[in-house]
Design a protein around this ligand. Structure first.
Ligand SMILES: Cc1cc2nc3c(=O)[nH]c(=O)nc-3n(C[C@H](O)[C@H](O)[C@H](O)COP(=O)(O)O)c2cc1C
Length: 362
């Protein structure tokens, strides 16, 4: 089984939910970067967080760097980070014969056979996002040295939504403020409503979906490549590494279809002596290449597949219809914990595009 993405900066993920550890290897990361381990541990806490609104599976998630960092500084060699699994309850899951609807239990067995380790979702579990977030934080720190910031917020949960990032005048403060809160919204009142939405879904043994908006500022114009290596291509491909993603849209996205060109076009202007655009319907990317405006995209997350209700399924061994009631510990809203995961992926992809652009020359 191969779980990899990226070329100039590549990531591979290893491990299963109930194996001994989960691990990520990052190849192509620049040498000489001093790692801020306090910031790393704050980011790991954000992925783990969620309190009463997230899975009760709790682990320390301390990243162990096996290679590529010496005396706190990156060496340019592949960086491998391992996180031990400490809180497995394999008894929770005895349902590989009766696949959970809308999880990967059935498709994974069709692809890899019935011997595959699917305890706790196996390799398809969100446990794999722990090392992903750790290496994403390294990428974020490398970007920050170049004056680039990446942040995200939970824009919607079920039917409750808040405003979006300022498309043109997005500041570092606005971009990073949701990540400093327990609940990553721009508007705390809307955050309260979203919490209620998650609680109410969980209380009825159900789950709820959501939207994450991610932004990056400080990326100069001219980063990226056309066609297959465009920024949208790289971001979209990598964002789908996250389980539960149903869609991604850049800038105005699908709503651009209902606009006229005269409304949707972003006129160029000179702002503070620099070339800019008056509006940012493109989300900072044109022709696969950054235009110097904030990069903005939104990620649609489905409601968690594992819900605490009896659901219809089949027995794979006797090919009969039956039901399954999912035990175990699950997130009632994946989108909440996916916020730092989206930031991690965006950081890795933007760093890759910068390295690729620099090496490519003009
Ligand atoms: C941060 C995060 C947490 C998740 N937690 C759960 C969970 O508790 N239960 C669950 O059924 N799926 C969870 N998922 C989603 C599954 O991993 C995903 O639905 C599954 O792998 C099938 O992939 P697909 O939905 O992309 O088709 C989570 C995903 C992420 C990114």
């Amino acid at each position: 089984m191969r779980s990899e993405f990226g070329e100039r900066l590549s990531v591979s993920l290893v491990g299963e939910s109930h194996g001994e550890y989960v691990e990520a290897t990052l190849v192509g990361f620049p040498r000489g970067i001093s790692v801020d381990f306090d910031a790393l541990s704050r980011t790991m806490d954000r992925r783990r967080g969620g309190g009463a609104l997230a899975t009760p599976r709790r682990e320390s998630d301390e990243p162990l760097f096996l290679s590529g960092i010496s005396d706190g500084v990156t060496t340019g060699e592949p960086i491998t980070v391992r996180i031990l699994n400490q809180n497995m309850r394999s008894g929770d899951y005895g349902f590989c014969d009766t696949p959970r609807p809308s999880h990967a239990d059935y498709t994974a067995q069709m692809r890899y056979g019935s011997g595959i380790d699917l305890r706790g979702g196996g390799h398809f579990s969100a446990r794999l996002t722990a090392p992903l977030v750790a290496i994403g934080e390294l990428a974020r720190q490398a970007l920050s040295l170049r004056g680039i910031s990446v942040g995200a917020h939970l824009e919607a949960v079920g039917g409750v939504s808040e405003g979006r990032f300022s498309p043109v005048f997005l500041t570092k403060d606005e971009l990073l403020s949701p990540g400093k809160k327990d609940f990553p919204t721009l508007d705390d009142r809307k955050g309260e409503e979203m919490r209620r939405e998650i609680r109410s879904a969980a209380e009825s043994g159900d789950s709820v979906g959501g939207i994450i908006e991610c932004g990056a500022i400080g990326l100069p114009a001219g980063i990226g490549s056309p066609l297959g290596r465009g920024l949208e291509n790289l971001l979209a491909g990598a964002i789908f590494v996250l389980g539960g993603v149903r869609g991604i849209e850049f800038g105005e996205g699908f709503s651009a279809c209902a606009m006229r060109g005269s409304e949707h076009n972003d006129p160029y202007c000179i702002r503070d002596g620099e070339i800019a655009t008056e509006t940012n319907h493109a989300g900072g990317i044109v022709g696969g290449i950054s235009n110097g405006m904030p990069i903005l995209f939104r990620v649609a997350m489905k409601p968690t597949a594992s819900i605490a209700r009896e659901q219809r399924t089949v027995s794979l061994s006797d090919k009969k219809e039956t039901t399954v009631k999912v035990g175990g510990r699950h997130d009632p809203c994946i989108a909440l914990r996916a916020v730092p995961c989206v930031e991690a992926i965006a950081s890795i992809v933007l760093l890759e595009a910068i390295l690729e652009t620099e090496e490519d020359g003009k």
